[in-house]
Ligand binder design. Structure first.
Ligand code: SAH
Ligand code: SF4
Ligand code: F3S
Length: 472
């Protein structure tokens, strides 16, 4: 078989980052990233956070299996959270799956894939959890001119541009929120050594990254896990943030995800002090009622959340807040839900990801009653989303006439003919589309540049800008 591969990614940014690393590691071993129809190896990086993305994995593998008809010997590898959950069960269901790897096992996946390519009868699982952060080999070389990994975010952000890098600072989660499968699929929290984080960040900036997003399920508890303490990390998240921010040439720094219970006042202050720390924070609220938050095991209440919001806005008045919300958690009453709507208005989230509660195997909420009927939860979700749409519209509208600096990512999805339109993000992470007359229509050249723009129109979920002055 040809050493050609194609990666399909579901789930959160940690999965996107993992797929990106795996693609580089395979390229370093002589594999080529190609379009789906040309690939001999499919890698499916999976998400198990709700039932729907899990089901998508099975339908996707069923669809990919059809390629075998013309290509006997073609193989698939399944990684990520469903892989960790189902393990070797994939071999029975889909005989062309020959590798199943979890989030700690991914470090060994490139070598395993080389072995499997050489031995068509072999199969392998890499599902053990490690006691400390499993450092992966450095593969910092930019991907050759290959198609970017296909990305199907159930709730996530679309593809990033060439000047944006995602750097893992931890793995796993210790919080065991009552609804969440992540601690089971990603294992215990393991902080990555600060030297390794800083070395990767520096290398990415040297290679042209202008923006770095630090990634972890709960970045605010960086350095607090037992594996970090025994390794003597001696650095909390606020300090790490400062050190990364100080890397010469780094223009934008972001991080995700933050748990409200762990956010340190020093991190809040950093928003007012570090010039390149972007004024945007994704701070999952999950629910607006104290009773529901308690049953979810979130360990904060409305007033603590509102205090954080107030402190953030004192530190950085232009802070853009986004969130995650769950509706229909077991026992959620109409009054509980009304409090979620009320929090949404009070905080004025610029946007949010909202989900209907979905039972996941083994989590505490499975046993909680009464369950909220599906149609009730669905109706609440629609009300929540319609309130959000109104707030999003208003917040975007207020930006009309203002100036923003936009880091260009790629050509806009919609091109209406004439001057090409480019998509990028302002400092707060809002999508801005700008027509740029540079005669530079080949696609890649403008991606990664920063341009100053005036916002001329607010759309429902994005902004239209007009260039002011020269690219930076
Ligand atoms: N580590 C992140 C979130 C990871 S999961 C954090 O703690 O914020 C992403 C989002 O999926 C969660 O914030 C939650 O809103 C949603 N989610 C998780 N489990 C869910 C479930 N069982 N049903 C519905 N939504 C869920
Ligand atoms: Fe899941 Fe809670 Fe951990 Fe987030 S903090 S990954 S919601 S258990
Ligand atoms: Fe999904 Fe696993 Fe991320 S369950 S959200 S891919 S941590």
């Amino acid at each position: 078989m040809d050493k050609t591969f194609h990666i399909i990614t579901f789930g959160c940014q940690m999965n996107v980052g993992d797929s990106d690393w795996l693609a580089r590691a395979l390229c370093a071993r002589g594999w080529r990233q190609v379009a789906e129809r040309d690939a001999w190896l499919f890698v499916v990086n999976t998400c198990s956070v709700r039932e729907k993305p899990e089901q998508k994995v099975y339908s996707e593998l069923g669809r990919l299996a059809a390629y075998q008809r013309g290509k006997p010997g073609l193989m698939a590898a399944v990684g990520g959270c469903v892989a960790q959950q189902i393990g070797a069960g994939f071999f029975d269901r889909f005989p062309f799956v020959r590798l199943v790897f979890g989030s700690d096992g991914i470090a060994g996946a490139p070598d395993a894939l080389d072995e499997l390519a050489a031995d068509p009868k072999a199969r392998k699982t890499l599902l053990d959890f490690m006691a400390s952060y499993p450092e992966r080999e450095d593969v910092l070389s930019p991907l050759a001119e290959a198609p970017a990994p296909a990305f199907d975010a159930d709730a996530g952000e679309p593809d990033a541009g060439p000047a944006q890098a995602f750097v893992n600072i931890m793995q796993g989660c210790d919080n065991f929120c009552a609804y969440c499968i992540v601690p089971y699929t990603r294992g215990r929290q393991k902080s990555r050594a600060p030297e390794a984080v800083l070395a990767e960040c520096r290398a990415r900036v040297e290679q042209g990254a202008r923006e770095i997003t630090l990634l972890g399920q709960n970045v605010n508890s960086y350095g607090l896990d037992p594996s970090a303490q025994s390794g003597g990390l001696g650095m909390g998240f606020a300090q790490l943030l400062r050190q990364v921010a100080a890397i010469p040439g780094l223009e934008r720094l972001r991080f995700t995800t933050s748990h409200p219970k762990d956010i340190d006042p020093a991190v809040i202050r950093a928003f007012g002090e570090l010039e390149n720390l972007c004024p945007a924070l994704h701070l999952p609220l999950q629910a607006g009622s104290d009773a529901v938050l308690r049953r979810m095991g979130r360990k904060y209440d409305r007033s603590k959340y509102l205090q954080i919001v107030q402190d953030l806005r004192v530190a950085r008045p232009d802070m853009a807040l986004t969130t995650d919300l769950i509706v229909g958690f077991p026992g959620e009453t109409e009054d509980d839900f009304a409090q979620t709507l009320e929090m949404m208005e009070r905080v004025g989230f610029e946007s949010s990801f909202s989900f209907r509660y979905s039972d996941r195997p083994g989590v505490a909420a499975v046993r909680m009653t009464p369950k909220v009927p599906g149609d009730v939860a669905q109706e609440r979700l629609l009300r929540l989303q319609s309130l959000q749409n109104g707030i999003t519209k208003q917040t975007l509208k207020r930006l009309e006439g203002r100036e923003a600096v936009v880091l260009l990512e790629a050509k806009s999805r919609r091109q209406d003919g004439g001057t090409p339109s480019w998509r990028g993000r302002d400092e707060a992470g809002r999508v801005v589309n700008i027509r740029l007359e540079d005669g530079c229509t080949s696609g890649r050249e403008l991606a990664g540049l920063m341009v100053r723009a005036r916002i001329v129109e607010a759309k429902n979920h994005s902004l239209i800008g007009e260039r002011v002055g020269q690219p930076w």
